[in-house]
Write a protein that binds this ligand. Sequence first.
Ligand code: ATP
Ligand code: MG
Ligand code: MG
Length: 282
Amino acid sequence: GHELGGRYEIIERIGGGGMALVYKAHDILLGRNVAIKVLRQQFVHDEEFIRRFRREAQSAASLSHPNVVSIYDVGQEDEIHYIVMEYIEGYNLNEIIKERAPLQVEESVRIASQICDALDHAHQNQIIHRDIKPHNILIGRNGRVKVTDFGIARAVTSTTITQTGSVIGSVHYFSPEHAKGVNTGEKSDLYSLGIVLYQMLTATLPFLGESPISVALKHLQEDFDDPRDSNPLIPQSVENVILRSMRKNPQERYQSAKEMLKDLETCLLPERRNEPRIQFSE
Ligand code: ATP
Ligand code: MG
Ligand code: MG
């Protein structure tokens, strides 16, 4: 049959969102399976989408970390623009949450720690992910967590508004500043990670609503229920990490992914289980 780039044999479709489709494929040259992300047909004549697709590959390719999906190759064949990456045999975190959340505390904290480690690496390389959500977290059969989809990642300095003026990403995981369309930095990713941890442990989301706008407004204005209200098995130390990462004011969150990671790691120590609830001055 036909091989993409003279090299990749498509096996089956494994996913895809608004912008792209993802396939499992076989790299004949190296004799291994890969995942190939292909820009959707309706965008192949749109220069802005092609630029964005290339930027995704460049952002991800500038990173090298055990918890970030590796990029192997990019290419174009006629109208097919594609990114070849490491194939992760397993599930995305959204599938796992749907199937069996609330997850156990230890598993949730271990997953969050690995995401946080990936973010620390990205942030140190001036990359903000900006779309941290369970669909973009892959979990291999060995339990190793891999962050993917740097589709709207940016260098630290630029804004969240696309050229057409629309705000991009998934509104349930938006930080308040991302919802406002201003000032997204490292701390925005930490807020989104706090929501993912909240969801793994409670099987629900802190903010739900009828429309994207109503959810965005809740991120900006409303308090959420303590995760321990819905799941009393959550240790206070873990709830404190969620409360700290989900502060509306970015200044009151962790100062860095590294700081959050340190706190996540100590949550697994028995002596921290009974610490008092974190207090914020207001
Ligand atoms: P969206 O914009 O909706 O987030 P997308 O078009 O940007 O989606 P990705 O998030 O990169 O696409 O991938 C979509 C899905 O495909 C993932 O949730 C995952 O299930 C699967 N997938 C993506 N990359 C890989 C990979 N390297 N190995 C295995 N499965 C993958
Ligand atoms: Mg995605
Ligand atoms: Mg995407």
